[in-house]
Design a protein around this ligand. Structure first.
Ligand SMILES: NC(=O)c1ccc[n+]([C@@H]2O[C@H](COP(=O)([O-])OP(=O)(O)OC[C@H]3O[C@@H](n4cnc5c(N)ncnc54)[C@H](O)[C@@H]3O)[C@@H](O)[C@H]2O)c1
Length: 180
């Protein structure tokens, strides 16, 4: 089965893990900076799999090494704007978080496709595209927006791409087309 790592085990990350595992689309690694939290969420999902007759493995972790050999990396880590915080402050903070998530996961999964969710989305997707840049000729495909399924075969698994998506359902549908 394919492997998908999700960085950020909050609302969107945990929801994505749920969708992917429930549809048995991939084994899922859920990573977060908060200790113990992704492990708990991962265990809850894992223990639910036999009840719904699914065989996906879900693991929660705080260690990027566990994301090794992922086919897809989904980045949802970030913070929401807090009182007194400007959009520029948010941009800087989330850029640091997303930048680290991209470089750390790329270390362990150099061939992964990247899906970015963290806001401000366009900027974060562009940042991941830059952080995951690899030498030509693979550099011709760096940043993917939604492409009709007919174009999908030309997007090779061995080309790390930053994909901009809108929600968890959309990712799962996309993954379904590619995996089956
Ligand atoms: N693109 C979209 O359609 C879309 C939809 C919803 C949310 N979002 C964006 O996605 C992001 C996440 O939203 P959410 O509702 O899941 O937020 P959330 O607060 O529930 O989850 C974010 C998670 O990121 C984790 N995190 C923070 N710093 C981290 C780090 N350095 N390493 C690993 N994990 C870290 C937090 O601990 C938290 O669990 C936000 O930027 C939000 O605006 C985008």
């Amino acid at each position: 089965m394919k492997k998908i790592s999700i960085v950020g085990a909050g609302n969107t990350g945990a929801t994505a893990a749920h969708w992917l595992a429930e549809r048995e689309l991939a084994n899922v690694v859920l990573l977060d900076v908060v200790e113990g939290m992704p492990q708990g969420k991962g265990l809850d999902l894992l223990e639910a799999m036999p009840i719904i007759g699914r065989d996906a493995k879900v693991v929660g972790t705080n260690d990027y090494a566990d994301t090794k050999d992922s086919d897809i990396v989904i980045i949802t880590a970030g913070i929401a704007r807090k009182p007194g915080m400007s959009r520029d402050d948010l941009l800087k903070t989330n850029a640091e978080i997303v930048g680290k998530a991209a470089t750390e996961t790329l270390k362990y999964s150099p061939n992964a496709i990247f899906i970015v969710l963290t806001n401000p989305l366009d900027t974060m997707a562009y940042l991941v595209m830059k952080k995951t840049a690899c030498p030509a000729p693979a550099s011709s495909v760096r940043l993917g927006f939604w492409t009709p399924p007919v174009c999908a075969p030309s997007w090779q698994w061995n080309q790390a791409s930053a994909w901009k998506m809108s929600n968890a359902t959309f990712w799962a549908d996309t993954a379904t087309r590619w995996f089956r």
